[in-house]
Design a protein around this ligand. Sequence first.
Ligand SMILES: Nc1ncnc2c1ncn2[C@@H]1O[C@H](COP(=O)(O)OP(=O)(O)OP(=O)(O)O)[C@@H](O)[C@H]1O
Ligand SMILES: [Mg+2]
Length: 496
Amino acid sequence: MEEYALQLKHVTKTYPGVVALNDITVDVKKGEILAICGENGAGKSTMMKLISGAIAPNEGTITVFGQEYERMTPALSRELGIEVVYQEFNLVPELPVSENIFLGMYPGNKVTPDFKKMEKETKELFDMLEVDINPKTKVKDLSTAYCQLVEIAKGVSKNPKILILDEPTAALTEKETGILFKLVKKLKEQGTTMLYVSHRLSEIFDIADRVTVFRDGQVIETRDIADIDRRQLIALMAGREISDTYPEKTNKIGETVLEVKDLCGLGVENINFELHRGEILGFAGLVGAGRTETARMIFGADKADSGMIIYEGKEVKITNPEKACELGIGLVPEDRKTQGVIQNLSIRKNITLAILKLVSHMGIMNFKKENEILEKHKNALSIKTPSFEQLVRNLSGGNQQKVVVSKWLARECDVLLMDEPTRGIDVEAKHEIYMIMNELASQGVAIIMISSEMPELIGMADRILVMSEGRQTGILDRSEFSQEKILEMASHEFVA
Ligand SMILES: Nc1ncnc2c1ncn2[C@@H]1O[C@H](COP(=O)(O)OP(=O)(O)OP(=O)(O)O)[C@@H](O)[C@H]1O
Ligand SMILES: [Mg+2]
């Protein structure tokens, strides 16, 4: 009997100026969960796109259940029972969730699709996945985490023989991740073969049987998960020993810079806190807790219904993001695809647009200064690209995120709202972002950090504001931090 579900043999994929995959050979055993690890730009997503047939290799072959192919096509891979849940969402914003799930294969006939059936089956699927989404909701009204859950549901609904998950948990909190893992374990029992890409290493140790490490487009090693520990795995990915701990805090908390009083609006009720110069204030909560909404209201991206914002001692009305920027408030948004960057512009233009005031004087560009700033951020966050002229959409997911973060760091804000700043970013670059955040805080910048990774909040924040169901359930001081405490407060249910 054939032992392997999937094999890539001597596969190479190049783009102009980039060797994304260089002569890789990967074997995936039937029924196993094979984790794929590697730093941003290592070639992980490229491999997944080759398997789904979205792109074709320059060289090499792909063998599925013993049958060898020169390349996959989307139709062929689907026919063979392969489903890919991509890192970047591929949902149609204007369509309801149910139609997105069945996209391309509506039940009923072509002229009159069976919408009722779609809704019913979507509901059943969501019940199984324990997600609370109305099938009639349009995708554009869903938060990032819910989009991710819809993508996963869509993949699972096809009953695949081989399921590929490319960073499925990047936008999820502990709770949804737990539900996903239950599902993954159930699929494994049913014999589904899975490929699993994640930068959250603890997840890999939790569910994978084996791990294959990629570095710079090459396969470095494959190991049984039982034969490797976290430190060794990181060293394999980076090619050297690197630090996986949180940098020591050196910031000093100063006077109040921002005060939020009784802030209310869509999905947010009575938020109250003070933010100080040099402070990192964490925002914790489950998906749907209202953290992003709160940040967007402070930034003027969403409308607040009532409440007061006091900035540097004066009440301010922040009615739009321009106003926030003028005051020195910045927002690194959670959804990079639609809010963070302009996909069809180069890295240079994306960063420069954000800092025009800094690099130009009376309409005349100072190119020397522009290049200095660009170089500084490219190096600080090791954005992997042949040049600044590369379009952002051609960057790997993690490298796009680095551009989003760079944009706002380059602006030099007094208050920085960061919504999941390390989402999809590899261990090494994460450490860089932590160092930069600490450095900014030491210089007196006040930072609000929204994160779904509890260890990250505990490692970085001075205080943590916990939210549940749109309301705050408390603010913890550093001495009171614990996962249990935060989770308990984040799960608080308000009685109607
Ligand atoms: N369409 C494209 N045009 C040019 N270069 C590309 C294109 N797609 C991918 N690349 C490059 O190929 C390399 C591998 O990218 P890939 O997306 O596979 O990385 P990854 O391992 O998934 O990283 P991440 O962890 O950031 O998601 C990167 O250097 C990327 O910039
Ligand atoms: Mg990727």
